[in-house]
Design a protein around this ligand. Structure first.
Ligand SMILES: [Zn+2]
Length: 88
């Protein structure tokens, strides 16, 4: 399950700010205005899903297009591979 995502933004301390992918928990990402997030493992685009307590589901990311090469996805085939259309 994708519990952390990456979002491209300015981050870092005031004197060393860099624009790049920052990894954060989905729970935190849900609070952002951004709509482009990627999977930290395969770099494929993911959409955020809010928690659904009645189904005992936590906040999570879901790949836009399934990647059998990602162990965080729900169709992992056993061999890790970068997403065919990674976000860079
Ligand atoms: Zn992935």
């Amino acid at each position: 399950m994708v519990e952390e995502v990456e979002v491209k933004r300015w981050h870092g301390a005031a004197d060393s700010r860099v624009f790049g992918w920052q990894r954060m928990p989905v729970k935190e990402a849900l609070r952002l205005q951004d709509d482009t997030f990627r999977c930290p493992e395969c770099l494929g685009r993911v959409r955020l899903r809010a928690a659904a307590p009645e189904k005992e589901l936590a906040e999570r990311g879901e790949h836009f297009s399934k990647n059998p090469g990602c162990s965080l996805g729900d169709c992992f085939a056993g061999e890790k591979r970068t997403h065919p259309k990674p976000l860079n």
